[in-house]
Ligand binder design. Sequence first.
Ligand SMILES: Nc1ncnc2c1ncn2[C@@H]1O[C@H](COP(=O)(O)OP(=O)(O)O)[C@@H](O)[C@H]1O
Ligand SMILES: [Mg+2]
Length: 368
Amino acid sequence: MTKQAIITFENVTKSYGDTQVLKNVNVEIEKGKFYTLLGPSGCGKTTILRLIAGFTELTSGTITLNGQEVQELPPNKRKVNTVFQDYALFPHMNVFENIAFGLRLKKLPKDVIQEKVSEALKMVRLSGYENREIAQMSGGQQQRVAIARALVNEPEVLLLDEPLSALDLKLRTEMQYELRELQQRLGITFIFVTHDQEEALAMSDEIFVLNQGEIVQSGTPVDIYDEPINRYVADFIGESNIIPGIMKEDYLVEFVGKEFECSDAGMRPNEKIEIVIRPEDLTIKPVNLGKLNVEVDTQLFRGVHYEIICYDEVGNEWMIHSTKKAEIGSKVSLDFEADDIHVMRFGESEEEFDARLESYEDEVEVDE
Ligand SMILES: Nc1ncnc2c1ncn2[C@@H]1O[C@H](COP(=O)(O)OP(=O)(O)O)[C@@H](O)[C@H]1O
Ligand SMILES: [Mg+2]
């Protein structure tokens, strides 16, 4: 455990009856960072938050908060607060009373409550809204009240369970900026849950990608986007071209019957793999002048770029993002660099994947 770790999960499992919903989860959360749990519905995101908050108990493994095992800490002794997906505000109370609720239970003096509530409202930019009824507030304002209600308890960790999913797109984007800015201003640890990969990429210091109760990959948004560990992550994080291939030898991969230099190594000779190339890493050149000839099938204008779909001679579909139009039905050639090809092994664990990446980073250093 590093010195800064505020939360750790070691081999944590959680079962309901015979159903295992978390399998061997290992996590280390540092102070003051923005973390995101990303995965489709039902993969165990809320369960992880509930374990941290103390709303449910683990089946096996160890969870620590500030070095102390959670079993010794009742929920109200954990410096953790949750913002729920549906906000869970009290509709019959005004904004002030909603935020003051927990403080009143703690029997704090009136003037202290007053001060703390105003402070919390200031943080979420709702000063002056104390006497508003909840029903008179917009979705985004209700969201901010819910955040203020959690912040008023001065948590070390704020858990946010899909807090933006009920908002329309424009408000959602605004709140993404606000939340990120709030986290940086306050310097407390946020653990944010979403099933939206763009949201995760935009907001996080570190992302945990989950699939069926397991963390399949963790890392910075750039790490995960650039080096997805497998098809699941590559598919989940943004658009990608995933093409079957063969690793001929280190730094040489074959796909569509041709050999290409790449920057990956450490597989068995002739191992079957899949390669990923992101649509924005492909450029279109005149036929025969790039690396791979394809035929243009369709294109859509997406505002900042054209999304062009092509097929190669063996029938693989390729998506290209380009600021230039292509001619439908024409033959063109795709160009890319060795670095744009990301090789994924079948069934590689995150540890094996990290070790492999590190091993050829070392090799590159030796070469230089
Ligand atoms: N109290 C419960 N009893 C039985 N199964 C549950 C319970 N809570 C959650 N589950 C199951 O655990 C799995 C993970 O749920 P959850 O953590 O809520 O997923 P997510 O938040 O990623 O959508 C789901 O299959 C869900 O049906
Ligand atoms: Mg959930």
